[in-house]
Design a protein. Structure first.
Length: 338
């Protein structure tokens, strides 16, 4: 029910996904009359692999956390997450209010043993034609070294499970590559990751800079939620700016329009390669269950990708792999920066 478009996007995306995955089943949570009406539009009101679970309330995009967490106990968001808690679903996907989704997920599912704070992880395209996993994107604005250490462990497991990379490389986002660079939190995180690298448990590359995300220097890039969220919004803004400028210039006069026609096939490949829809679906890692967050403005294609990421995570048993490595590596002592 969430996001900018609600069931007019989520229902068609769900049906399209089911056409591609014959072993998947979906539970659609929300106002049942609205959901059934959308299913009927998609000629799927009697789909054998779709179950409608009624929820009488919705969390709006501007609802305060207190309202989402305490007052709307029968919201579609909460009921969907409870499906995961009760074992009726292996993952939850929502395009709703990010803060509310994190708060309700943490309240209902709780964090995994050894995890202090869940984190939001997404992927970015890189020059090596693969994804770069990036976290945290806003769940934790203020972090300490052991939080960044935990993010590295969770990011490594996710990249390993989703991409089949034996030992994903981990980069710590910094203002320079030297160990002496950065604030006190980042500098105190380096020896934690180096110790795991020395033991062969994590593949720590070292410090990386912002441009390394798109170079594909490492498979995983770790930062605190403040830096991650600012960076994500800047990247989204740059992408829209580039698209607008490119379109404007190609339409400027007959010569540039001819150039666009000649370059049409290359432009199609570029558009496909950089299509943001393909990278939709951020995972909320560190919970006792899989929860994925779609962009609120996602269209049908983008939301289908978010469902696919949740499906792949469940199919690759990401949750158990996380539990196993966290139990082995998660530090029992924390480092506080005073």
């Amino acid at each position: 029910m969430g996001g900018d478009h609600g069931p007019s996007v989520t229902i068609p995306a769900a049906i399209n996904f089911l056409k591609r995955e014959s072993d998947a089943e979906l539970i659609l949570v929300g106002l049942q009359d609205v959901l059934h009406a959308e299913l009927k539009k998609c000629h799927a009101d009697a789909h054998p692999r779709v179950t409608v679970q009624h929820a009488s309330e919705q969390v709006t995009m501007d609802d305060p956390l207190e309202v989402a967490l305490r007052r709307k106990k029968d919201s579609s968001m909460r009921v969907a997450i409870e499906q995961v808690k009760d074992g009726k679903a292996q993952a939850c996907v929502s395009a709703g209010n990010t803060g509310a989704l994190m708060a309700v997920s943490r309240y209902v599912l709780k964090t995994m043993p050894g995890v202090d704070r869940p984190a939001i992880c997404t992927i970015m395209p890189n020059m090596k034609d693969g994804p770069t996993y990036l976290m945290d994107l806003g769940a934790n604005v203020d972090c300490e070294p052991h939080h960044l250490h935990q993010f590295a462990i969770m990011g490594s497991v996710l990249a390993h499970a989703m991409e089949g990379i034996a030992r994903p490389t981990i980069g710590l986002l910094n203002v320079g590559t030297e160990d002496i660079k950065g604030n006190e939190v980042v500098k105190a995180t380096i020896p934690l990751l180096q110790a795991d690298h020395a033991r062969g448990k994590l593949n720590f590359y070292g410090n990386v800079e912002g441009n390394d995300i798109f170079k594909g220097t490492t498979d995983v890039v770790i930062c605190d939620g403040f830096v991650g969220n600012v960076m994500l919004k800047a990247i989204e803004g740059l992408a829209r700016f580039f698209k607008t400028v490119l379109t404007t210039e190609f339409k400027r006069n007959p010569v540039t329009m001819l150039g666009a026609l000649i370059a049409r096939s290359a432009l199609k490949r570029i558009t496909k390669r950089l299509n943001p829809a393909r990278y939709n679906g951020a995972s909320l890692l560190g919970l006792r269950g899989l929860v994925f967050k779609s962009h609120g403005g996602a269209d049908v294609e983008a939301y289908e990708w978010a469902i696919r990421r949740a499906y792949d995570a469940a199919k690759n048993d990401v949750q158990q792999q996380l539990a196993d490595l966290i139990a082995e590596l998660m530090p029992r002592e924390t480092t506080t920066i005073g």
